[in-house]
Design a protein around this ligand. Structure first.
Ligand SMILES: Nc1ncnc2c1ncn2[C@@H]1O[C@H](COP(=O)(O)OP(=O)(O)OP(=O)(O)O)[C@@H](O)[C@H]1O
Ligand SMILES: [Mg+2]
Length: 265
């Protein structure tokens, strides 16, 4: 039993030699071709996120943060390099393998929520269970617990259009957690909400990392939100140009501002 309800059966089970690494990015290279031109976005980027760890990625607009998350989740494929999720190498040659990776081992939080408009909040959050064919097995219990955890249990029977932007993002975070993935990838989860909701989202993501032993990798432009992380990675010119071992003290923003300034981000 997890801290948030019943544990789904198909979640990744760490092997005996599990060292706690949930996301392992090795020497990732990705370019986009636009006619004659090629834009080199990732140039040999490496990064790891462990179980229970929350890591923020910061970097200039266009530096490749979304590209990195898309390569990790299998939405996009790198030119070279390797990604391991919970110790398993992502197979970019198989569409089916990549879909299964997202269904079972990765929870995604998008900047613009991506909720299904015709479903209620409860149904949206239960969706990962249904897609992974775990329709029974404690889904109701877990969905209820997740809604409570993110603080929108009173909105369970509303549809997305009846929610505020912040509530939609909280619902999408609950949905990303439903199938208890090894890793949560969140692209600017606090980008479209007010500061109070932003703090609540960061608090939730940090709790999730700690309580569920999930690896959380998120992109943010906000030093205030990055300050909730254990580590901040600064992406510049295709690689992690600097890394800050942060203490997760949300009030300790200064070293993040200083690093951004030093790197000219
Ligand atoms: N499918 C694509 N085809 C061509 N170029 C692309 C594609 N996707 C992204 N790019 C380019 O790759 C670069 C990195 O884009 P990406 O979206 O990863 O940046 P980002 O760091 O997430 O920026 P932002 O902070 O604005 O969200 C940009 O220059 C972008 O124009
Ligand atoms: Mg982006």
């Amino acid at each position: 039993m997890s801290a948030l309800g019943n544990t789904p059966t198909t979640s990744s089970i760490p092997s005996a030699e599990d060292d706690g690494t949930r996301v392992d990015v090795l020497d990732l290279v990705k370019s986009y071709r636009l006619g004659e031109d090629s834009i080199d976005v990732l140039r040999g980027l490496s990064l790891t996120v462990s179980a229970g760890e929350i890591v923020s990625i910061m970097g200039p607009s266009g530096s490749g943060k979304t590209t990195l998350l898309n390569c990790i989740s299998g939405i996009d494929s790198p030119d070279t390099g390797e990604v391991l999720i919970a110790g398993k190498v992502v197979d970019y040659t198989s569409e089916r393998a990549r879909t299964n990776l997202r269904r079972h081992n990765i929870g995604m939080v998008f900047q613009f929520f991506n909720l299904v408009p015709t479903l209620t909040v409860r149904e949206n959050v239960a969706l990962p269970f249904l897609i992974a064919r775990q329709a029974n097995g404690g889904a109701d219990d877990r969905v209820q617990n997740l809604l409570k955890r993110v603080g929108i249990e009173g909105r369970a029977d509303h549809r997305p259009y009846q929610l505020s932007g912040g509530e939609m993002q909280l619902a999408s975070i609950a949905r990303a957690l439903a199938h208890q993935p090894a890793a949560i990838l969140a692209d600017e989860p606090t980008g479209n909400v007010n500061p109070a909701v932003g703090r609540s989202i960061m608090n939730t993501l940090r709790d999730v990392a700690k309580l569920e032993e999930t690896a959380v990798l998120l992109v943010t432009h906000s030093p205030e939100h990055a300050a909730w992380s254990d580590r901040v990675c600064f992406l510049k010119e295709g690689v992690i140009a600097a890394e800050l071992n942060h203490d997760g003290d949300a009030d300790n923003v200064r070293p993040i501002h200083e690093t951004l300034l030093k790197l000219g981000i």
